[in-house]
Design a protein around this ligand. Structure first.
Ligand code: C2E
Ligand code: CA
Ligand code: CA
Ligand code: CA
Length: 278
């Protein structure tokens, strides 16, 4: 489709047709999966660099197709949005996330993050429903964090801002995801009340190579965030060297394959029980 460019449509007609058909199948199967609630949350832990403890996790959606292939959430979330099923999908993911985490009996200050797309956030019933889902699980509002991508801020800034600040007054934490990639101006950021900034993994992946500029960008995001009173999470941390650099730069928390990939309910629970970083 897009990748095939505009010029060669006639030449690639067959392939486009085939691709289109696959996509229809995928969409239909996705809608069935949403109806059956067979898309589940996996959990990826977050490590506190100063204490060495696991202080939270992020919930990430996983969908295994009937042919047992996994489809990435980047793709199926986008389809769910396009098909107007994202609110329904998010609801079942929120409910299962909160119930699973609540059942694990983690410490009271353990914070679980969920990704909320802008369509979901701007739904008029979102706030009331979301709080209701948390309460039903037995978790406290301050044990939940909402991750909003930086690019979502530019959709309807005034409404996003008032929704976020109202949720935050009730104790729910707010994180800006993929920071540094979304072209949101810093002016937006200073007008928002948030708790956490997540540095996008594209910046973290580049920390290992020699170019000094990458380190300078990460260092600046961290020091600016701290001056504004935000905590900083680095995502996509894969190497010990990245960990060491981030620790030296005073980053608060890290998340990435170095600690653990996202795990299902069962494996996450045993990972939490067995983890000892000291
Ligand atoms: P994201 O929120 O930025 O999530 C981080 C992505 O980085 C996840 O990809 C995660 O599995 C991956 N990751 C974690 N550690 C590492 C690492 O060390 N190295 C590398 N290379 N990658 C790492 P995933 O699970 O494929 O999710 C992709 C995106 O899909 C997410 O990006 C998020 O925007 C979206 N997404 C996932 N689950 C949900 C959901 O339940 N709701 C919504 N609205 N969006 C979701
Ligand atoms: Ca996220
Ligand atoms: Ca991210
Ligand atoms: Ca992302």
């Amino acid at each position: 489709t897009k990748q095939n460019g505009g010029k060669n449509h006639t030449v690639y007609n067959y392939h486009l047709g085939r691709k289109f058909q696959d996509n229809n199948e995928l969409e239909e199967e996705l809608i069935r999966a949403i109806n059956d609630q067979s898309i589940s949350p996996y959990f990826q832990p977050k490590l506190d660099l100063s204490s060495g403890k696991l202080i939270g996790c992020e919930s990430l959606a996983r969908w295994q197709r009937t042919n047992s292939e996994y489809v990435g959430p980047d793709l199926f979330i986008e389809i769910a949005e396009k098909k107007h099923r994202i609110i329904e999908l998010s609801k079942s993911l929120f409910l299962e996330t909160f119930r699973s985490i609540s059942d694990m009996g983690l410490p009271k200050d353990f914070v679980t993050s969920v990704n909320v797309s802008v369509m979901v956030l701007l739904d008029d019933n979102f706030q009331k429903n979301f709080i209701d889902y948390i309460m039903q699980s037995g978790l406290a509002l301050n044990q939940i964090e909402i991750e909003i991508t930086e690019s979502c801020l530019i959709v309807d800034f005034e409404k996003v801002k008032s929704t976020l600040s109202s949720l935050r007054r009730k104790g729910i934490r707010i994180a800006i995801d993929d920071f540094g990639t979304g072209f949101a101006s810093l002016n937006y950021l200073t007008q928002l009340d948030v708790d956490t900034i997540k540095i996008d993994k594209s910046f973290i992946g580049q920390l290992d190579n020699q170019a000094k500029s990458n380190r300078v960008i990460v260092e600046s995001i961290i020091s600016m965030s701290h001056k504004l009173g935000y905590k900083v999470v680095a995502e996509g941390v894969e190497t010990c060297n990245q960990l060491k650099i981030l620790k030296a730069l005073n980053c608060d928390f890290i998340q990435g394959y170095l600690i653990s990939k996202p795990l299902n309910n069962f494996y996450f629970k045993s990972f939490m029980n067995e983890f000892d970083f000291t």
